[in-house]
Design a protein around this ligand. Structure first.
Ligand code: HEM
Length: 416
């Protein structure tokens, strides 16, 4: 019989879809248990700040899931390794998105894409972001109540990523559904249990659909280039051997999904936290200069990417834990952010805290490329919505998506 300190029970509760509303007591249980190791599935789970930070800094931490001992055993047995992660891994012959690559391929692809995220390019997006937020708030003003996800965070995040990539926003009903299904492929159920989760086939199909969608869009942009990232990547592909079409497709998948899921969560989580602390909403409404503090605290308090994965590229020692080469490591960032050794009064939402330590955008080689863009989008949206509706309050119970890794709100009713 499992006991309350049985590692399977603790991990199961932390990942259970039924606990998405408030997984934090379960994360706390894991953190207090300490590093958790399940040798039968070659898995180590870290949930303290120091351990998560140490794994991200460690030179032997790999992002290529095919280096895991489980994938290696499947390859050796002539089986197709179980896919893990975004669309690129649905089929081993496809190029994985660079989030799941190690140097040198990671460096080559990230360097090409990073040009689209330099401050000059991001700053040029600011007037468009402000205009989009204003138009969304104008509509909300007429309604008297709104859903902070469907009426604000989602259309903003989608509008911005579509503009940047060059994806027609009218196609949202199709790619929005695919992106949401693919967002679930980064949940660690296979890593934790070795079993294929429910709905898995549907996600594979969504991955195939999105790849076909981008292949067609790339063909269109080849004929009619535009001022967008897809056209820029095609131009690089056509001038040499730096990039293949499969890599362009995987990169587009990655950016579309990253641009959708976590940005929406950040904005919605910040709105929810402030409405549950109305003095914070009022303070932001009165002083938009507070918005950077609100954003950093929301990233810490309710991390949009609740966990990250790494593979031990060598035998490693993290703190006092020996991790065998090939183990999958889950880094429970959302638990690490609430580690009292890293942040004082960690369960309180307090934008004025003196020190706010978080790893919400990761650390090191894979640090989130979109971080400056997200901070810009969130700061425009949050300061504008609070100052336009200073008397806003929660209009009903928030509803969560079933996702574990990209945990986020499906609906957040607000009355203005
Ligand atoms: C609040 C919103 C966001 C959060 C919390 C977030 C978080 C993260 C995290 C934690 C990583 C590191 C993953 C790892 O180390 O394994 C990452 C990587 C990445 N993010 Fe974000 N992200 C956000 C939004 C965005 C947006 C809007 C974009 C682009 C439009 C983006 C693009 C990327 C890319 C391309 C990577 C891969 C970097 C690499 O592997 O070198 N992200 N993000």
């Amino acid at each position: 019989m499992p006991t309350a300190t049985d590692p399977h029970t603790l991990l199961g509760a932390a990942l259970a879809p039924a606990n998405r509303i408030d997984p934090y007591p379960h994360y706390r249980g894991l953190r207090e248990y300490g590093p958790l190791q399940l040798p039968e599935v070659s898995l180590t789970v870290f949930s303290s700040f120091a351990d998560c930070d140490a794994v991200l800094r460690h030179p032997a931490s790999a992002s290529d899931r095919f280096k895991s001992s489980i994938a290696q055993r499947q390859i050796a047995a002539g089986e197709a390794p179980r896919p893990f992660g975004l669309a690129g891994l649905v089929d081993r012959r496809r190029a994985p998105a660079f989030l799941f690559l190690d140097p040198p391929d990671h460096t080559r692809l990230r360097t090409l894409v990073a040009k689209a995220f330099v401050p000059k390019v991001i700053n040029e997006l600011a007037p468009g972001i402000t205009a989009l937020v204003d138009s969304l708030l104008d509509k909300i003003e007429q309604q008297g109540r709104f859903d902070a996800v469907a009426d604000l965070a989602y259309p903003l995040a989608v509008g911005v990523i579509c503009k940047l990539l060059g994806v027609p926003v009218e196609d949202e009903p199709q790619f929005g559904r695919a992106s949401s299904l693919l967002g679930q492929t980064v949940d660690p159920f296979i890593a934790a249990t070795g079993a294929v989760p429910e709905g898995f086939e549907q996600r594979i199909e969504a991955g195939k659909w999105l790849r076909r969608y981008f292949a067609e869009l790339i063909e269109r942009r080849r004929r009619e280039p535009s001022d967008d990232l897809i056209s820029a990547l095609i131009a690089v592909e056509e001038t040499g051997d730096q990039l293949t079409e499969e890599e362009i497709i995987s990169t587009c998948n990655l950016l579309l999904i990253a641009g959708h899921e976590s940005t929406v969560s950040l904005i919605a989580h910040a709105v929810l936290a402030m409405l549950r602390h109305p003095e914070q909403w009022a303070a932001l409404a009165a002083d938009p200069g507070r918005v950077p503090k609100v954003i950093e605290e929301a990233l810490r308090y309710d991390a949009p990417a609740q966990l990250l994965g790494r593979i031990a590229g060598e035998d490693m020692v993290i703190g006092e834990t020996a991790v065998p080469k090939g183990d999958t490591m889950i880094l429970l960032l959302a638990a690490a952010h609430r580690d009292p050794a890293a942040n004082e009064r960690p369960d309180e939402f307090d934008p004025d805290r003196k020190v706010c330590r978080h790893l919400a955008f990761g650390r090191g080689t894979h640090f989130c490329l979109g971080a400056p863009l997200v901070r810009l989008e969130a700061s425009v949206a949050l300061s504008a919505v609070a100052s336009r509706f200073p008397a806003a309050r929660l209009g009903g119970e928030p509803r969560y998506k079933p996702n574990v890794t990209l945990r986020g709100l499906a609906e957040l009713p607000v009355t203005v």
